[in-house]
Design a protein around this ligand. Structure first.
Ligand code: MG
Length: 450
């Protein structure tokens, strides 16, 4: 298949004023408008470059005759929810978890999923060939502001939970000055919780913490959890398609453990296939076994998870849940994209039912040991082939790079789409087994390093 040039796994991104410019976004708008004529819903995160890039996007879309509905500042999953079955397409100005100097565009299809590889390649082709269907002066599009459409998204989440399910629960929220500042505290209050929020003012300079929610960046959130006796703290990345947590003891909940706990809650009442990338912890296998579900692995990238879920459903195969081990979880009875607001809400639903603290639930999970390493190499394909050949008694899966597995030990070796590196991930039952496996792999790939 042809490779995407401009767009990565989650849209096109770059440093503003360098590779990300109003001129580029204008051309993306013209290409999208040419491919998806009709009314397009757009939104943005809180970055300082958002307003000018939104204006460029609108100009491009309206130049092709598309009408534009501007939803303002909102989470990416909120725009996806709004677009689904209602608009010809959507476009979100966001750089997700990247630092403040970045921005980008995510394209949303009519069904609410991110645009797939084949369509993105077609869109890029239009940019390269400057192939746009520009309207004449009578046919130009118009724009309308619709800041209230985000309410549909909040209502869409709330309808999955009993009224007042969070009553008596105190929670802490850190939207990281991103668009969820306008949604998640409100959502959790409406579920009945007492909400304490930090970094809850939209601010594209991200004064409190960077848009990537790391354990280090969430120390202030953890302190609020401990001070207020909260059941948990939840934080989002820069466009709130992901949610990560600290538990009631102020400890960062590793995202594979978050995925396992919420998957178990969801799969107890909804059996079928759990869809996840090959990079996910085997905790999900344990959850599947305990709940009568099975696991289907995909390439790394939420778009592949979402499209595999849709493909299974189209084939009549029931799908229980989907997601990645990075806090990006997909609820098939809600919508087919990662949704950080829905995940925050689901944590309340889960704890209300469990009647036990999050820390206790997390500590009961098996303590698998996980190691991740980057290796510089100009010969990634040879590295992957060498690892596959070196462990003949392991099963090998070539869904994305190679994933080898034997018993409770597995390793994934895959190339980066953007840098001359391969990523090596190893997981085993304990630290010693994981380190032994890592060292065996590193010995095999040593001739290819550099
Ligand atoms: Mg994101």
């Amino acid at each position: 298949m042809e490779e995407k040039q401009l767009f990565g796994t989650n849209g096109v991104r770059g440093v503003v004023g360098e590779s990300m410019t109003p001129g580029l976004v204008l051309r993306i708008g013209q290409a999208l408008g040419s491919m998806r004529p009709g009314t397009i819903a757009i939104g943005r995160d809180t970055r300082t470059s958002g307003p000018i890039l939104v204006d460029a996007l609108k100009a491009g879309l309206m130049a092709t005759g598309c009408d534009v509905v501007d939803c303002g500042v909102l989470p990416t999953p909120a725009l996806q929810y709004i677009v689904r079955d209602t608009f010809a397409a959507g476009a979100m100005i966001t750089a997700s978890h990247n630092p403040p100097e970045y921005n980008g565009v995510k394209i949303v299809e009519r069904d609410g999923t991110e645009m797939g590889d084949a369509e993105v390649i077609a869109l890029e082709g239009r940019l390269v060939r400057e192939e746009y269907t520009l309207a004449g002066w009578r046919g130009l599009g118009a724009e309308r502001a619709a800041p209230d459409l985000v309410e549909r998204y909040l209502d869409g989440i709330l309808e999955h939970f009993p009224t007042g399910v969070g009553a008596g629960m105190t929670v802490a929220v850190d939207p990281g000055s991103g668009p969820a500042a306008l949604t998640t505290p409100n959502l959790l209050s409406r579920m009945g919780c007492e909400v304490h929020a930090i970094n809850a003012q939209p601010d594209g300079t991200f004064p409190g913490r960077m848009p990537e929610p790391t354990a280090d960046g969430l120390k202030a959130l953890a302190e609020i959890v401990l001070e207020t006796g909260a059941a948990f703290g939840v934080a989002h990345d820069g466009d709130a398609d992901r949610a990560v947590f600290v538990d009631d003891r102020g400890r960062y909940l590793e995202e594979n453990r978050e995925f396992a706990l919420i998957a178990r809650h969801v799969c107890r009442r909804r059996q079928g296939v759990i869809v996840t990338p090959v990079s996910t912890s085997q905790l999900i296998e344990d959850v599947a076994a305990a709940t009568g579900c099975t696991v289907r692995y995909t390439r790394v990238g939420s778009i592949y998870v979402a499209r595999t879920m849709l493909g299974l459903i189209a084939a009549g195969i029931p799908v229980a849940f989907g997601g990645e081990g990075n806090g990006g979880l997909i609820y098939p009875d809600h919508q087919f994209c990662r949704d950080g607001g829905m995940t925050a809400a689901m944590m309340i639903g889960m704890l209300a039912e469990a009647g036990r603290p999050l820390s206790a639930l997390a500590d009961e999970l098996p303590p698998y040991h996980f190691i991740s390493k980057r290796i510089h190499t100009q010969r990634p394909d040879e590295v992957i082939a060498a690892v596959e050949a070196a462990f003949p008694d392991f099963s090998a899966d070539r869904t994305d790079g190679v994933r080898i597995a034997k018993g409770k030990t597995w390793a994934l070796v895959r190339r980066s789409g953007t840098e001359p590196i391969v990523r090596v991930m190893v997981e085993a039952e304990d630290r010693l087994s994981a380190e032994t496996m890592r060292d065996a792999i590193l010995e095999r790939v040593a001739p290819f390093i550099g």
